[in-house]
Design a protein around this ligand. Structure first.
Ligand SMILES: Nc1nc2c(ncn2[C@@H]2O[C@H](COP(=O)(O)OP(=O)(O)OP(=O)(O)O)[C@@H](O)[C@H]2O)c(=O)[nH]1
Ligand SMILES: [Mg+2]
Length: 477
């Protein structure tokens, strides 16, 4: 893919850690700008330095307060912090009550902290991808510590969450149902449990419930620790920070490598899935390949499995998938889909031979037993045609009726001989449209009535390798 100057400049801005460049790049990722792909390719080699922590939990659990506390700790160590809030009500994204935001004023004004919220709508399932992209941009820009806050336990959130290196699930006392939700969705991705608001009653009970759940579950080489915190006072935060550091050390060790690999695989896998889904969606597109296939199946011309196979084949033939970074554009319907490949050409209809006179030109073919079956004048072409069957095909001898007709001209130029090849097609309009889209030089863009009333059109020899090609629609179609 050619890289434009704008992309190059932006990449340089990111690598130099310039905030406007970072912000712009994240906007590209978020809006599905097609240029993002090239940008990511340029900056990705410079990622991998950041520590990425995800925090998730129910609304109001204290994620933002914890995020802010972790950010401050990192700042004390001189580390640059990027905060990505995938959460409509987070004080980081501006939706929360003013008080919360004011309490975090120090972070908003700290040049070593970049806070970015991601819109949760309009992503067509690409929220996790956009967030991962945002994290990569921050990483490439030199942010050492990246904190991703997401709300809830929906599928999208789980997808976002599992992209983080260390995934923290935040719970609070008095939210018994949450444990059930975690069992259903987050158990396998949680690396650390925080029971926040430990200043309230029931924190220990929540801790017990989590421990019980962990005993029953399969957690592999890393047993997720459970930490009690009071985010508002900072109690338990040192322990949380040290457990996070332990987890990072684990990730850097041999067993962590496996987890890292799993996560990278997941990320690629979800891109592949997103891509396929998009392709499948494209079947519903303008020219309705799916619609056509459905009509075929309903007419019992094809069974559903065969129809599906044809569509899959055509999608695979279609070459490069539509870019993931253009989610708002309609994907083009693959060229070969409409009409279906096997309907394109049904047989050789006839070979057209220019002759000076039908009587003279026909004598030889009579010897071979290819007797004239049908003779007809086609006024529009200024010819009389004579058809002789050869198996499923015909020879068509053409005699000119006028000195300015196409056959007269051909005779004048080249003498008698093969004039054109005619192929029978299933749906001539569709074939012409397809050829036109492919840039083929058509003599007739719309079919006209040829011999026998068949709808025909000619393709210029310049596009066929030197053969004047007639397309003739199968009668009855
Ligand atoms: N009592 C008590 N309140 C807390 C604690 N942690 C956070 N809070 C308060 O709980 C409220 C919600 O905290 P946030 O940090 O905004 O919670 P959140 O999970 O980010 O919330 P959303 O982003 O809206 O889902 C705020 O008013 C906090 O001050 C805590 O440990 N104890
Ligand atoms: Mg929040």
């Amino acid at each position: 893919m050619p890289v434009s100057g704008a992309v190059q400049d932006l990449a340089e801005g990111i690598l130099a850690g310039r905030v406007p460049a970072v912000a712009r790049a994240i906007t590209w990722a978020e809006s599905g700008d097609p240029r993002f792909q090239a940008l990511l390719a340029l900056v990705f080699p410079r990622t991998g330095g950041a520590r990425v922590t995800g925090l998730t939990g129910s609304p109001g659990a204290g994620k933002s307060t914890l995020t802010a506390a972790l950010a401050r700790k990192a700042r004390i160590l001189g580390r640059k912090v990027g905060i990505v809030a995938v959460d409509p009500s987070s004080p980081f994204s501006g939706g929360a009550i003013l008080g919360d935001r004011i309490r975090m004023q120090d972070l908003y004004t700290d040049p070593g902290v970049l806070i970015r919220s991601m819109a949760t709508r309009g992503h067509l399932g690409g929220l996790a991808r956009a967030t991962a992209d945002a994290v990569d941009v921050l990483d490439a820009a030199g942010y050492d510590e990246i904190l991703v806050e997401t709300v809830g336990v929906g599928q999208d959130e789980v997808e976002v969450f599992r992209l983080a290196e260390s995934c923290v699930v935040v719970l609070t006392p008095g939210m018994g149902d949450d444990i059930q939700a975690i069992k259903a969705g987050l158990m396998e991705v949680a690396d650390l449990f925080v029971v926040n608001k430990a200043d309230r009653d029931g924190a220990d009970r929540v801790v017990q419930e989590i421990l019980q759940m962990l005993e029953l579950g399969d957690h592999g080489a890393w047993l997720p620790p459970v930490v009690k915190t009071v985010a508002t006072t900072g109690a338990g935060l040192d322990e949380l920070a040290s457990k996070l550091a332990e987890h990072r050390a684990f990730l850097d060790g041999p067993q962590g490598a496996q987890r890292k690999r799993e996560r990278t695989k997941k990320r690629i896998e979800s891109l592949v899935k997103e891509n396929f889904l998009r392709k499948v969606e494209s079947l519903r597109g303008d020219r309705g390949a799916l619609e056509k296939a459905a009509a075929h199946v309903e007419a019992r011309l094809e069974d559903p499995m065969s129809a599906a196979r044809t569509l899959i084949g055509a999608l695979e033939e279609d070459g490069g998938p539509p870019s993931l970074y253009s989610p708002f554009e309609k994907s083009p319907v693959p060229k070969s889909l409409d009409p279906k490949p096997k309907d394109l050409v049904t047989r050789v209809s006839h070979l057209g031979i220019a002759v000076k006179s039908l009587a003279e030109g026909g004598a030889f073919w009579d010897l071979l037993g290819l007797i004239e079956e049908h003779r007809e004048e086609v006024a529009s072409q200024k010819v009389v045609t004579s058809f002789r069957a050869v198996g499923e095909s015909h020879l068509e001898l053409l005699e000119s009726t006028s000195s300015d007709g196409p056959i007269a001209k051909a005779l004048e130029k080249r003498g008698p001989g093969i004039h054109h090849l005619c192929l029978e097609v299933g749906d001539i309009d569709a074939v012409l449209a397809m050829l036109k889209a492919a840039g083929v030089k058509l003599i007739n863009e719309t079919p006209f009535a040829g011999a026998g009333g068949c709808r025909v059109a000619f393709v210029h020899p310049a596009s066929t390798g030197g053969i004047l090609l007639e397309l003739s629609e199968k009668s009855g179609s």
